[in-house]
Ligand binder design. Structure first.
Ligand SMILES: *Cc1c(COP(=O)(O)O)cnc(C)c1O
Length: 491
C-alpha cells in the first residue's frame, strides 16, 4: 500500500482543566455589580469548591483537542460488525432539534400534543410495515431493553394461558444480550448449536423444544451475517409446542423491505433504531429498541399505547394484560424523531440501502478471502466474518491486525465476536461507504496480511501512529484512571 490516509499530524496533548487553570483567568466579562457585596452565610457554603480559573480560549482549545482524539462515522469508515456504524444524514438531526419538537413537554395533555402523538403513531405504523408485524411499542431504550420487554411479553402470554415455562432456546451465535435478557426475566437459557455452515438447523431445535420452554430467541440474519434459511421450519416446531419466537432485529439493516418477519414466523421482534434508523451511537448515548408484535400479542405491549380513536391521537393506559411501563414518558423521543425523519426521507430507497449494505459486505468478502481465512464461505448478508487462522503461523493475532488498521486510518472491525469463530474479524461496511473508500480499506487489510508474512513484529507493536500506543487492557479494566491520577490496585 503506497498511500495511507492516517497521519499523526497536529493532534495535540492536553492536560486536565484543573492542571491548566491559573488563578485570576476569566472566561467572560460580566457587568460590575450595582448592589453592595455581602458575605455568604458560611453554613450554606460547605467546603470550598475547587474550580479552575480559565480563559475562553483555554476552554475552547481543551474541548476541541479532546474531540480530535475521538473517531466517529463522520471522521471515517467504521466497519464494526453487528453495530451498523453507518453515516447518519444531518437532516434527521435537524428535524430532532426543531424547537417545536425538541421542546415539546411530555406532561402536556393529549389534546395539546397532537403533532407529537401523531409522529409516534405514524412511526409505529411505519415500523409495523417494515417488519410485517401488527403492533409496536416505542418505549424500550435499546436493543437489550427491547429483548427484556419481549421476554416480559413471553412471560405474560404464557401466564395468561396458565402455562408455566422456565427455559428459552438461544443459538450459539446469539449476541450476549440475548441470554442476559432471558435471565433477567427468570428464564434459563438452553444453547442450541449451529451447524458447520453457521446455520441453525430445525432438527437441533426439535431435539430441545418442549412444553417447559417458553420459546426461542433468534437473530436473523445471524451474527455470522448469514440468513437463517430454516427459520420458518424452526418457528413451526416452536409454535407446535406452544412456544413463541423472538426475533432479534438488530441486524435489520440487511433486510429492510426484503424480509417479512411475521411470514418468517416471528412473534416479537425488536429493532435497533440507533443502528438501522439514523441515530449516532457507540458512545453509550440514547438509543431506541422498539418491540413489534403480532396482533395476538398486542394486548401485552407496554402502556401507555399511542392510539388513534377515530378523532384524535391519545395515550391509552387501560390494557389489563399489559406488561406495564418500561420507560418514562414516550421512550427516547429524539431517537424516534430521527427514525421517523429517516424513514420518510428514504421512502422506497430503504430497500436499496439494505441491498447496497449486502453488496458491500459480499464485495469485501470476495476480495479478501484469499488473504484471510473465511470460515463460512457462502454469500453473506450485511457483514462478513474472517479469522486469524492464516496469520497464526506468523504469531500474528486478530488483535495485532486490528491495531495495525488504526495506523492505516481505519477503525478496526469487531474482533473476537461471534464466539463461534476463533479469532473473529467481523466486518460490516454498511451501505453508506463508497467503492473508493471500501477499496482503500481492502488495500489496507491486504497490506496487513503481507506485513504479517514479512514483518510480523511491526504488527505486534501496532499502533505506531496514534497518540497513545497499545494499551494494557487488563490494567485499564482493573485500575481505571478516572481522575487523572493513576489509581493503585485495591484503592
Ligand atoms: C447491538 C445488538 C444488540 C444489543 O443492542 P443494544 O442497543 O446495544 O442494547 C442485540 N443483538 C444484536 C444482534 C446486536 O447487534
Amino acid at each position: 500500500m503506497n498511500h495511507s490516509i492516517a497521519t499523526s499530524g497536529l493532534i495535540l496533548d492536553e492536560p486536565l482543566l484543573w492542571e491548566k487553570g491559573k488563578k485570576g483567568r476569566r472566561g467572560m466579562s460580566i457587568p460590575s455589580s450595582d448592589v453592595p457585596a455581602a458575605a455568604l452565610d458560611p453554613n450554606l457554603l460547605g467546603e470550598a469548591v475547587d474550580f479552575p480559573d480559565l480563559s475562553e480560549i483555554d476552554v475552547v482549545r481543551h474541548y476541541t483537542r479532546l474531540s480530535q482524539w475521538n473517531f466517529g462515522v463522520d471522521t471515517g469508515m467504521y466497519p464494526l460488525g453487528s453495530c451498523t456504524m453507518k453515516y447518519n444524514p444531518k437532516t434527521n438531526e435537524q428535524q430532532a432539534a426543531n424547537p417545536a419538537i425538541a421542546a415539546a413537554h411530555p406532561m402536556l395533555a393529549d389534546e395539546q400534543s397532537q403533532g407529537v402523538l401523531r409522529l409516534l403513531f405514524e412511526l409505529q405504523q411505519l415500523l409495523a410495515l417494515i417488519t410485517g408485524l401488527d403492533a409496536v411499542s416505542l418505549q424500550p431504550a435499546a436493543g437489550a431493553h427491547g429483548e427484556l420487554t419481549g421476554m416480559l411479553i413471553f412471560n405474560a402470554y404464557h401466564d395468561s394461558r396458565g402455562s408455566k415455562r422456565t427455559k428459552i432456546l438461544i443459538p450459539d451465535t446469539a449476541h450476549g444480550t440475548n441470554p442476559a435478557s432471558a435471565a433477567l426475566c427468570g428464564y434459563r437459557s438452553i444453547p442450541v448449536k449451529s451447524d458447520e455452515h453457521g446455520m441453525l438447523r430445525a432438527e437441533s431445535v426439535a431435539a430441545l423444544m418442549d412444553e417447559e420452554t417458553a420459546g426461542i430467541m433468534l437473530t436473523n440474519p445471524n451474527t455470522l451475517g448469514l440468513f437463517e434459511q430454516e427459520v420458518r421450519e424452526i418457528a413451526a416446531i416452536v409454535h407446535a409446542k406452544g412456544g413463541l419466537v423472538y426475533g432479534d432485529g438488530a441486524n435489520m439493516n440487511a433486510a429492510l423491505g426484503i424480509m417479512d418477519a411475521k411470514r418468517c414466523g416471528v412473534d416479537v421482534l425488536h429493532l435497533n433504531l440507533h443502528k438501522t434508523f439514523s441515530t449516532p451511537h457507540g458512545g453509550g448515548g440514547p438509543g431506541a429498541g422498539p418491540v413489534c408484535v403480532t396482533s395476538e400479542l398486542e394486548p401485552f405491549l407496554p402502556v401507555p399505547r399511542v392510539i388513534h380513536d377515530g378523532e384524535c391521537f391519545r395515550l391509552e393506559e387501560e390494557q389489563p394484560l399489559s406488561v406495564g411501563r418500561v420507560h418514562a414518558f414516550h421512550g427516547n423521543f429524539g431517537v424516534l424523531v430521527r427514525a421517523y425523519s429517516y424513514i420518510l426521507s428514504m421512502g422506497r430507497e430503504l430497500k436499496r440501502a439494505s441491498q447496497l449494505a449486502v453488496l458491500n459486505a459480499n464485495y469485501i468478502k470476495e476480495r479478501l478471502k484469499g488473504d484471510f481465512h473465511l470460515p463460512y464461505d457462502q454469500p453473506c448478508m450485511h457483514e462478513c466474518v474472517f479469522s486469524d487462522k492464516l496469520q497464526q503461523e506468523y504469531k500474528v493475532s486478530t488483535l495485532d491486525m486490528a491495531k495495525r488498521l488504526i495506523d492505516c486510518g481505519f477503525h478496526p472491525p469487531t474482533i473476537y465476536f461471534p464466539l463461534v469463530v476463533h479469532g473473529a474479524l467481523m466486518i460490516e461496511p454498511t451501505e453508506t461507504e463508497c467503492k473508493e473508500e471500501i477499496d482503500q480499506f481492502i488495500a489496507a487489510l491486504k497490506h496487513i496480511a503481507q506485513e504479517a508474512r514479512e514483518q510480523p513484529e511491526l504488527l505486534r507493536a501496532a499502533p505506531q501512529r496514534t497518540k497513545v500506543r497499545r494499551l494494557d487492557e487488563v490494567q485499564a479494566a482493573r485500575c481505571p484512571c478516572l481522575i487523572g491520577a493513576v489509581a493503585q490496585p485495591g484503592e
